[in-house]
Design a protein around this ligand. Sequence first.
Ligand SMILES: NC(=O)c1ccc[n+]([C@@H]2O[C@H](COP(=O)([O-])OP(=O)(O)OC[C@H]3O[C@@H](n4cnc5c(N)ncnc54)[C@H](O)[C@@H]3O)[C@@H](O)[C@H]2O)c1
Length: 358
Amino acid sequence: MVSKALLRLVSAVNRRRMKLLLGIALLAYVASVWGNFVNMRSIQENGELKIESKIEEMVEPLREKIRDLEKSFTQKYPPVKFLSEKDRKRILITGGAGFVGSHLTDKLMMDGHEVTVVDNFFTGRKRNVEHWIGHENFELINHDVVEPLYIEVDQIYHLASPASPPNYMYNPIKTLKTNTIGTLNMLGVEVRVARIFNTFGPRMHMNDGRVVSNFILQALQGEPLTVYGSGSQTRAFQYVSDLVNGLVALMNSNVSSPVNLGNPEEHTILEFAQLIKNLVGSGSEIQFLSEAQDDPQKRKPDIKKAKLMLGWEPVVPLEEGLNKAIHYFRKELEYQANNQYIPKPKPARIKKGRTRHS
Ligand SMILES: NC(=O)c1ccc[n+]([C@@H]2O[C@H](COP(=O)([O-])OP(=O)(O)OC[C@H]3O[C@@H](n4cnc5c(N)ncnc54)[C@H](O)[C@@H]3O)[C@@H](O)[C@H]2O)c1
């Protein structure tokens, strides 16, 4: 009996101990789980912090780029003179997104005039005038000059027409219409007629097909500079800013008969090839090919009239102009290499036969 009672007492004590032990074990378990949880959270938080700082590290340069882009988007136009209402003219430039037209746009805008560019972007491109888009004095209209256009202006520079042989031969009928109907559509004001001679400079077409752009591209790409015949035939090229100054001088003169605008400084094709090769610093060879048919032996504008009546003559030295054109073409080739979009004139349908140096 005593032993049974003792046993019950012991087992009662044990049960209590067991409960106590179980309770302690449970507490220990909860404590350890909690500890682990806290530990894991701190590891997790630590990890999260590390990831966050890694992301921050990667995002910061992107943020910087966005800030730079935003800065460049806050339009900074080239400086523009202030002209009083009386002196400020409303000027329309047809073909103003082309090579010559875009440089003329720059000059007239910087002189403080209001410029409207009309272009169908056949060979021109928005990129040539994009630095003016949004300016209060500037307007760009996508329009074909073969169709009438009704706007009120003080002066019209009518330059809309494909200029280089592959471009004007692409659709000869359209070229004729542009030069006839298009010109008639622009008449109605006093007329000045400029006879423009070979011009070069930045924004000229990569596939212009004329000797300066051909040689620059060949030299930059390490290809042979191709000279047709002996290379003794001469050519004369004016830098685009000289032409633009001549056009403005003619427009504001009272000369209504045609005036030659060109650079009379003659050079042989071979001289051009050697000079361009040297300025580019190219290892290209000069390759002589058989003479092109009907290739003129001499090209030199007579600018006596422009000198006398406009007080105009070209002032940009050949090397200076060539260096600017080379810089432009080099950049264009870089853009192409980086696979950036560069609009080009539409592919030309050229007649069979060799290209001439014009
Ligand atoms: N660049 C030269 O060496 C040179 C030499 C002699 C004459 N010109 C004359 O100067 C003018 C400009 O020549 P450029 O070298 O700037 O050529 P360009 O091809 O760069 O410019 C001509 C512009 O006229 C636009 N255009 C063509 N057809 C049009 C149409 N139907 N409607 C509206 N826009 C049209 C084109 O998109 C382009 O923007 C042309 O009339 C050209 O014949 C140029």
